[in-house]
Design a protein around this ligand. Structure first.
Ligand code: AMP
Ligand code: TRP
Length: 341
């Protein structure tokens, strides 16, 4: 696990009764989870539950900037919750909830908007990307998106934020917003730090772009095995390896890179590629088998949960209720500091 800054570990001299530091992350309900989500972020969500007070949020308010079908949003929110639980989030050890169930997030976002220069938002890389991706729908929510993200984190005064590298600019903006607020109204919020996994950017099956639902280059880890296999077999490998007898270059081959996360033998496998003992198709078949096998128990849990939606809804409701006192306490403090009381 790596962070942008020094890790926020408690000093050894601190009493064991000190409150656990808090971690927060959000994920959009934009379809079911893909390999990039898991390797880039969810693995850390799961790991951090052990040591931190962990809060995880399905960010449906954020999703409204791109998803406008109410039924689809509702379905995807539940699917995302089931996916996260299936992959190891444990409601006994973390709090999982839906963003819109704690409306304080949007109130705080408005207040943070008043300390955020528009120019910071206009230069955000994701805003520029979205302008290209959805040119007919450049809504105001896309511009304000990072302010709501900052509000999500700081309303719980979280210090660590497990995310993929694509969120780096958003996290930097969150820190700037915190500094701007603290400067104007006094020390209120800690500056959140990003935490990355060993795979902070997972490339998609096209081998060029970051794996992402909106690009359509995903490996859907909780899907039926046939679909996973088809997605893996469609992966672009080393484009300079034309003939089966050409030596492979594992360092640039997307499939070989994935082998690092599914088994301890990747160096042997890479040697096979370099010497052309194995071909790209062999490598793909192997990784497809390993991915299917690795996620089979999670897929089973996912299907079980989806068969009992009331159980999922209960976990999400309990999560939002548990957070109410924390969100309200922060809002009282913020309103007081800003002259709203
Ligand atoms: P999203 O699906 O965009 O809400 O992303 C949820 C989490 O997964 C965020 O922390 C992202 O940074 C992370 N993530 C999404 N796609 C990738 C990827 N291709 N590689 C690494 N991390 C990713
Ligand atoms: N922007 C994040 C993404 O697209 C989702 C998100 C919303 C988030 N609020 C957050 C991530 C707070 C970390 C912390 O993946």
């Amino acid at each position: 696990m790596t962070t942008d800054l020094a890790p926020a570990v408690a000093p050894a001299s601190e009493p064991v009764t000190a409150p656990r530091p808090r971690t927060f992350s959000g994920i959009q309900p934009s379809g079911t989870v893909h390999l990039g989500n898991d390797l880039g972020a969810i693995r850390n969500y799961v790991a951090l539950q052990a040591e931190y007070e962990a809060i995880y949020c399905i960010v449906d308010y954020h999703a409204l900037t791109s998803t406008h079908d109410p039924d689809l949003l509702r379905t995807r929110t539940r699917e995302m919750a089931a996916g996260l639980l299936a992959l190891g989030l444990d409601p006994e050890r973390c709090t999982l909830f839906v963003q819109s169930h704690r409306p304080e997030h949007t109130e705080l976002a408005w207040l943070l908007c008043t300390v955020t220069p528009v120019s910071w938002l206009e230069r955000t890389p994701t805003y520029k990307e979205k302008q290209l991706l959805q040119p007919d729908d450049i809504n105001h929510g896309l511009l304000t998106y990072p302010v709501l993200q900052a509000a999500d984190i700081v309303i719980y005064k979280a210090s660590l934020v497990p995310v993929g590298r694509d969120q780096q600019a958003h996290l930097e903006l969150s820190r700037e917003i915190v500094r701007a607020f603290n400067r104007r109204y006094g020390d209120t919020f800690p500056e959140p730090q990003a935490v990355y996994t060993e795979a902070p950017v997972v490339f998609g099956t096209d081998g060029v772009k970051k794996m992402s639902k909106s690009v359509g280059n995903t490996i859907d880890i909780l899907a039926e095995p046939d679909l996973i296999r088809r997605q893996v077999m469609s992966m672009v490998t080393d484009t300079q390896r034309i003939k089966r007898t050409d030596p492979g270059r594992p360092e640039v081959c997307n499939v070989c890179q994935l082998q690092r996360f599914f088994g301890d033998d990747y160096e042997d496998l890479w040697e096979g590629e370099r010497t052309a003992r194995t071909g790209c198709v062999d490598m793909k078949k192997l990784i497809a088998d390993r991915i299917v096998r690795h996620y089979a128990p999670a897929r089973e849990r996912y299907l079980e949960l989806m068969a009992h939606p009331e159980e999922i809804d209960g976990i999400l409701e309990a999560g939002a209720d548990r957070l109410a006192p924390k969100a309200r306490a922060t809002m009282d403090e913020v309103r007081q500091r800003m002259g709203l009381r």
